[in-house]
Design a protein around this ligand. Structure first.
Ligand SMILES: Cc1ncc(COP(=O)(O)O)c(C=O)c1O
Length: 463
């Protein structure tokens, strides 16, 4: 386990890794490498905004107007930028990242050894394979169906293996096109709203209410037990619904999901159900939307190995599009999604898919559960820390996220305060939508030593 004083642990998010790879020797590049004082672990890189240094030459290509609607940066790159600036300001402190929600613990060896074997096999004549099926390896599809959807009527052919849930969120938006109206939990994982904007489903951002036009924001707050009042939704073609939810950590109950499915049926809507954290559920909340009778006619489910097996870098997920789900003209949604997948994607990496199969072996499932339990212990430490300080604390029980309320305060101010005074990175709740204002999200992904150190500093700050 890494020492809590190692800088790489603090900058180990996928975002910073991405920034680190951006070209820095190109004059037109939008990134600048900034050398920090050289230390044991080398050079840190940070991002500054483009300036007059940029070339004046312009192409004749018009900027996509939907891209221009997007507000500022995507949330997590913005947090990475602030964290980098903080590390420049305090080069000698250890910054602990409980922000972006990236996994930190090693992938169990029973899983990596299968990937290594598959990789080595590719170097043999009999073991080499090129492009695989765009929908994924048949055996993996069948095993996902039998592991996560046993006795629920979901079959191998309903499963599309992907390179992660985030990628399929965008592929689904491409499937629906610009004419649909979407509804989304507020707060929610930002990729739903941003991909909707990019696809052209929305109006402009309205600064006064912090919302895009033509999206139904379904407010999820402690007062409604984090389940939206569906009677206030005027029209929703596609409903993005994440349970257990990122960022609030709350999982919808069977009764609530039954209500959601009934609502979708009454309105002719399609639910896109994100179950990326289902294996973190501790109580009897449903693990999949397909536990709800009738869901196959109204729902798609996206999921991922990212937070189960530490596959955030390996990249592997899946989407379930039941054959029973039909568009208004009777055309099967799965057939169109298949076309999108075959056009936009050449199948998940064969090495990653070997890892996915290993995840679902009895030993793999046991190893994944152990890793998840480790993060759940972290969650308890974080919940106890904030509860003992008298804060209202939500989530944590069914998800690796703790949602802490700071009544009357701006989320970004609280984020800045905790970063400045405790050198701990959290995520401002308002970054997930206006319903998140007044909250911060604290991620339980971290080495134990870092979680304990962060807890100590936070207790010191708010005692
Ligand atoms: C709710 C939710 N869905 C999807 C994703 C992305 O998952 P993946 O790594 O499979 O793209 C995340 C990642 O944080 C998430 O929180």
């Amino acid at each position: 386990m890494a020492s809590s004083l190692q800088i790489p642990a603090a900058i180990s998010s996928s975002t910073s890794a991405f920034f680190g790879r951006l070209p820095s020797n190109n004059k037109n590049s939008r990134s600048w490498e900034v050398s920090l004082p050289r230390r044991k672990h080398g050079v840190c890189k940070c991002i500054s905004s483009p300036s007059a240094e940029q070339t004046a030459y312009k192409t004749k290509v018009t900027r996509n107007a939907n891209m221009a609607k997007l507000q500022a940066g995507y949330l997590f790159p913005e947090i990475a930028r602030r964290r980098s600036a903080h590390m420049l300001k305090y080069p000698d402190v250890q910054v602990i990242s409980l922000g972006i929600g990236d996994t930190t613990e090693p992938i169990p060896e029973v899983i990596t050894s299968s990937m290594a074997m598959r990789a080595h096999f590719l170097s043999t004549v009999e073991g080499y394979s090129g492009y695989g099926a765009e929908q994924g390896d048949k055996k993996l599809r069948a095993t996902i169906a039998s592991t996560y959807y046993k006795d629920l009527g979901i079959e191998e052919s309903d499963i599309f293996v992907s390179d992660g849930a985030k990628c399929d969120i965008s592929r689904l938006q491409l499937l629906f096109g610009s004419e649909v109206k979407m509804a989304v939990q507020d707060p929610s994982y930002p990729a739903y709203v941003d991909s909707s904007v990019i696809t052209g489903q929305t109006g402009l951002f309205q600064k006064d209410i912090e919302k895009y036009g033509d999206i139904e924001y379904m407010r999820c707050v402690p007062e409604n037990d984090f389940f939206p009042d569906l009677s206030t939704i005027s029209q929703a073609d596609v409903i993005f619904f994440c349970s257990p939810n990122n960022p609030t950590g709350s999982a919808a109950t069977r009764e609530q999901l039954t209500h959601l499915v009934q609502f979708a049926k009454n309105n002719g809507s399609i639910i896109v159900y994100d179950s990326a954290y289902a294996m973190y559920i501790s109580d009897d909340s449903p693990r999949t939307i397909f536990e709800i009778p009738g869901a196959k006619e109204v729902a798609i489910e996206i999921s991922s190995f990212s937070k189960y097996a530490g596959f955030t870098g390996v990249r592997l997920g899946w989407t379930v599009v039941p054959k029973e789900l039909l568009f208004a003209d009777g055309f099967p949604v799965a057939k169109d999604f298949n076309r999108i997948v075959c056009t936009c994607f050449n199948g998940a990496s064969n090495i990653a898919q070997a890892g996915g199969l290993a995840c679902l072996s009895p030993e793999g499932l046991k190893a994944m559960t152990e890793t998840i339990n480790f993060y759940k212990e972290n969650t308890e430490i974080i919940v106890d820390t904030f509860s003992s300080l008298g804060f209202n604390v939500y989530g944590g029980k069914n998800a690796p996220y703790v949602w802490v309320q700071f009544p009357g305060r701006s989320s970004w101010d609280v984020f800045a305060e905790i970063l400045e005074k405790a050198h701990v990175v959290t995520t401002p709740g308002s970054g997930f939508g206006p319903g998140g204002e007044g909250f911060i999200r604290v991620s339980a992904f971290g080495h134990r030593a870092n979680i304990l150190e962060a807890a100590k500093r936070i207790k010191q700050l708010y005692k």
